[in-house]
Write a protein that binds this ligand. Structure first.
Ligand code: NDP
Ligand code: HSE
Length: 402
């Protein structure tokens, strides 16, 4: 029988314990042996829990227990999650996590320690909640050079946009509901300002390129500036607005990544991904396009991925599964000049002024009174900035996907 520990008994940790307890025989069958949760670490007390004897506030109980072979880190945050994970890996225990902030920040080092110690550091739940995407990328798609990744990577923002559009909820009410359902980060600014999606596209980019892509280098915009007027214009254009994480892998080894709200044509499969659902489209040079879809946040979907990692870790005790990326020798970040997007722009200027600033633009009919709305041809960042600088006002500027 394998012995496990869970660090953090919140939304995800509660789900992990629930699945381990309710599905003992399923877990045992998959792992080849039963997995027994011996400790749950949390800073809070749970005096009414039926297994209250499992709870500890002392990390050393887990670290120093030689029986423990796998630990689920579902506490979140960088510290002490980093120090705990590093100590566990160094002591020869495998760690699995849903903590994308930690993976995106310290993944290079933690994966390297796991390799060195012949244990595993798995992070399936860190991107796309319950969607299998990390394992397919490092197993099923490894014969491919990855060309492009594009996805809806944050459940909270996708839920908020959908509730605002379909139910007319205010931004604040939709966010509050996402928090009640356990989708949002502890500080929801990480969701709505795009940082959570940024960490996720950084993880996918690092995995695809084999080189660490630093999320601090990824231009990131959230959904806080999107208005219902923007949404109505998008509808007129046959599009929807989604927060997209995007990465393109250039032939020179550089990676262009970005997180931003984008207009998506309704014919694109990403346009139909609503509510808390996430989807990730990956283009490989041999396989072509593949798409992964499912619940991007929430207790049981996320715990499903964490428990699967625990099972995989037990199946691979003392066998490191070569998932890694390395620090690149130099900077591998592609410039924003390497990628062109069409832009949807709203301005208080006349159509004549718009035509003088932008060549070949397409106007949206029935614009709100006293404004012009148009879509440009694909432009680099410098080109769009140049055009915008010739206008006296810009109400909105949103990239168009595809
Ligand atoms: P919660 O805040 O619900 O749970 C975290 C738990 O860990 C809380 O009980 C917290 O206690 C406890 N904790 C925090 N610090 C410590 C510590 N130093 N020692 C012991 N316990 C500690 O978060 P979630 O479960 O929602 O998220 C956990 C991680 O999973 C995060 O990294 C999140 O980004 C990620 N994630 C979450 C998803 C979701 O849908 N919720 C989906 C995918 C990933 P206290 O509350 O008292 O601070
Ligand atoms: N807050 C995150 C989201 C949790 O809404 O997508 C899943 O990573």
């Amino acid at each position: 029988m394998a012995k496990a520990a869970i660090m953090g008994f919140g939304t995800v940790g509660g789900g992990v314990y629930g699945i381990m307890d309710d599905s003992r025989s399923r877990v045992s069958l998959s792992a080849g042996e039963p997995i027994d949760v011996k400790y749950i670490l949390d800073i809070r007390d749970f005096p009414d829990h039926p297994r209250k004897e499992l709870f500890t506030k002392d990390f050393n109980d887990i670290l120093n227990d030689g029986e423990i072979t796998v630990v689920a880190e579902v506490m979140g945050g960088l510290h002490p999650a980093y120090e705990f994970t590093r100590a566990l890996l160094e002591s020869g225990k495998s760690v699995v996590t849903s903590n994308k902030e930690l993976v995106a920040t310290y993944g290079t080092e933690l994966l390297s320690i796991a390799r060195e110690k012949n244990v595993n550091y798995f992070f399936e739940a860190s991107v796309g909640g319950g969607i299998p995407v990390i394992r397919p990328m490092h197993q099923c798609l490894t014969a491919n050079n990855i060309i492009k990744i594009a996805g809806i990577l944050n459940g909270t923002t996708n839920y908020i946009l959908n509730e605002m559009i379909t139910k007319g909820k205010s931004f604040e009410d939709a966010l509050s509901d996402a928090q009640k359902m356990g989708y949002a980060e502890r500080n929801p600014a990480a969701d709505i300002e795009g940082h959570d999606a940024c960490r996720k596209i950084a993880i996918l980019s690092s995995l695809a390129s084999g080189k660490f892509v630093d999320y601090n280098d990824i231009p990131t915009e959230g959904i806080t500036e999107i208005t219902l007027d923007d949404v109505h214009y998008a509808t007129q254009l046959g599009c929807v607005i989604k927060l997209i994480g995007y990465a393109r892998f250039l032939e020179n080894g550089r990676v262009f990544s970005i997180v931003a709200p984008m207009l998506i044509d309704k014919s694109c499969p990403l346009a139909g991904v609503n509510g808390v659902m996430n989807a990730i489209m990956i283009t490989g040079d041999s396989v072509g396009d593949v798409m992964f879809y499912g619940a991007g946040a929430g207790q049981l979907p996320t715990a499903s991925a964490v428990v699967a990692d625990m099972i995989d870790a037990v199946k691979h005790t003392e066998r490191s599964k070569k998932i890694f990326w390395e620090k690149p020798d130099g900077d591998i970040t592609a410039s924003e000049e390497d990628e062109k997007f069409a832009y949807f722009i709203r301005t208080g200027d006349s159509a004549e002024a718009v035509r003088a600033a932008f060549k070949d633009c397409r106007f949206v009919e029935n614009a709100v009174a006293e404004e012009s709305a148009f879509v440009t041809r694909p432009l680099t960042k410098t080109e769009v900035n140049d055009g915008v600088s010739r206008l006296s006002s810009v109400i909105s500027r949103i990239r168009v996907f595809g």
